[in-house]
Ligand binder design. Sequence first.
Ligand SMILES: *[C@@H]1O[C@H](CO)[C@@H](O)[C@H](O)[C@H]1NC(C)=O
Ligand SMILES: *[C@@H]1O[C@H](CO)[C@@H](O)[C@H](O)[C@H]1NC(C)=O
Ligand SMILES: *[C@@H]1O[C@H](CO)[C@@H](O)[C@H](O)[C@H]1NC(C)=O
Ligand SMILES: *[C@@H]1O[C@H](CO)[C@@H](O)[C@H](O)[C@H]1NC(C)=O
Ligand SMILES: *[C@@H]1O[C@H](CO)[C@@H](O)[C@H](O)[C@H]1NC(C)=O
Ligand SMILES: *[C@@H]1O[C@H](CO)[C@@H](O)[C@H](O)[C@H]1NC(C)=O
Ligand SMILES: *[C@@H]1O[C@H](CO)[C@@H](O)[C@H](O)[C@H]1NC(C)=O
Ligand SMILES: *[C@@H]1O[C@H](CO)[C@@H](O)[C@H](O)[C@H]1NC(C)=O
Length: 322
Amino acid sequence: MILLTHSVFVVAVTGTFAQHVWPVPYKRFDYRPKTDPYCQARYTFCPTGYPDGQIPAMKDEDTIEVFKLQAPVWEFKYGDLLGHFKIMHDAIGFRSILTGKNYTAEWYELFQLGNCTFPHLRPGIEAPFWCNQGAACFFEGIDDVHWKQNGTLAMVTTITGSLFNQMAKWMKEDNDTGIYYETWTVQSTPEVNTTIWFESYDCSKYVQRTFRKLADLGAVFTKTLQTNYTRIFLYSGEPLYVGNETVVFGPGENKTAATEIRNFYSPFRTPWSVREFLINLLSIYDEVVLRKEFYLFYNFEYWLLPMKYPYIKITYEEIPLP
Ligand SMILES: *[C@@H]1O[C@H](CO)[C@@H](O)[C@H](O)[C@H]1NC(C)=O
Ligand SMILES: *[C@@H]1O[C@H](CO)[C@@H](O)[C@H](O)[C@H]1NC(C)=O
Ligand SMILES: *[C@@H]1O[C@H](CO)[C@@H](O)[C@H](O)[C@H]1NC(C)=O
Ligand SMILES: *[C@@H]1O[C@H](CO)[C@@H](O)[C@H](O)[C@H]1NC(C)=O
Ligand SMILES: *[C@@H]1O[C@H](CO)[C@@H](O)[C@H](O)[C@H]1NC(C)=O
Ligand SMILES: *[C@@H]1O[C@H](CO)[C@@H](O)[C@H](O)[C@H]1NC(C)=O
Ligand SMILES: *[C@@H]1O[C@H](CO)[C@@H](O)[C@H](O)[C@H]1NC(C)=O
Ligand SMILES: *[C@@H]1O[C@H](CO)[C@@H](O)[C@H](O)[C@H]1NC(C)=O
């Protein structure tokens, strides 16, 4: 019943049953806009990064070792109720043989994970407000103990300095055009070859994207290392396009979708910690099971997901090296 009403609404808005490309491509932007002052980071983004996100140039004839880095998000080291989720953070390490210097590259949220997953409902502002930017951070040093002790620090390939410099150029472009974080992977079922509606865009995707780029540039990867990543899934039938913020929350529009989107997000306080984030996830689970719907914000547009069993899942599964 609810779904039918929504279909009617969608038709009214777009005037057509649009044929969508699945998964919906993650939108690239021309440049990264300034963040809104309302968004306040709890931890400074990239405190030891180079000014302006520079990446130091390597000598063309240098040999650079490339490492896959992975460690549990710190709050999960403590074995409470939530400890059994394998929530990992991923990054890439580089070591120059000529200089002996090493570096870490990672991509993460400017305003912490909770702010990328749940919006703020601000008094006097109708549209939910998102502090969902994510970006790359490149800094000198690899914290061996951090990665090794409960995670992974493993060499995956060696490249030339020249190839590194090409990758660095791509990293800058990637950073300027891929500006927002997306927590969820949305697909039809948990099966391997199922239809994927939306891909996440997070730290692990950054590592996979960079490895892919290195492979395209000619790097050859070790085949022996099993590389697993954390993924946070939603399961749904074919998503229905609702509209962008202007259409849903702009003047003169039918307020039904606007109200439903606000109602959907209202139970979730924007979490301050990863622990609160998971508690929110559990309450999202309850709400989603009850209502069988979820409003996804992707490419700064809203979609209605007709949710289905098993609704939400966190996995730690293999995505092989290229
Ligand atoms: C607004 O949309 C709802 C369905 O989403 C529909 O039932 C209702 O008739 C619409 N109202 C107007 C004034 O168009
Ligand atoms: C999330 O955003 C709010 C509003 O900008 C901010 O107060 C808060 O510090 C952010 N959360 C964290 C964990 O930084
Ligand atoms: C990526 O963009 C962020 C936000 O503007 C910036 O702080 C960071 O230095 C950039 N990183 C790289 C590697 O370009
Ligand atoms: C990175 O450099 C630091 C400082 O020289 C060193 O302690 C660490 O072992 C190096 N790690 C790797 C993986 O090269
Ligand atoms: C690794 O896990 C142990 C046990 O949970 C913990 O005491 C230690 O601090 C962790 N090490 C790092 C570097 O996070
Ligand atoms: C998934 O699709 C690939 C390529 O079409 C195929 O090789 C593989 O066997 C399929 N896996 C399953 C579990 O169906
Ligand atoms: C929102 O969607 C409308 C209708 O499709 C479009 O005209 C408008 O340019 C979009 N606004 C933004 C900010 O993308
Ligand atoms: C890694 O992923 C594979 C296949 O997806 C799975 O069989 C394996 O148990 C995972 N490893 C860990 C440590 O969870």
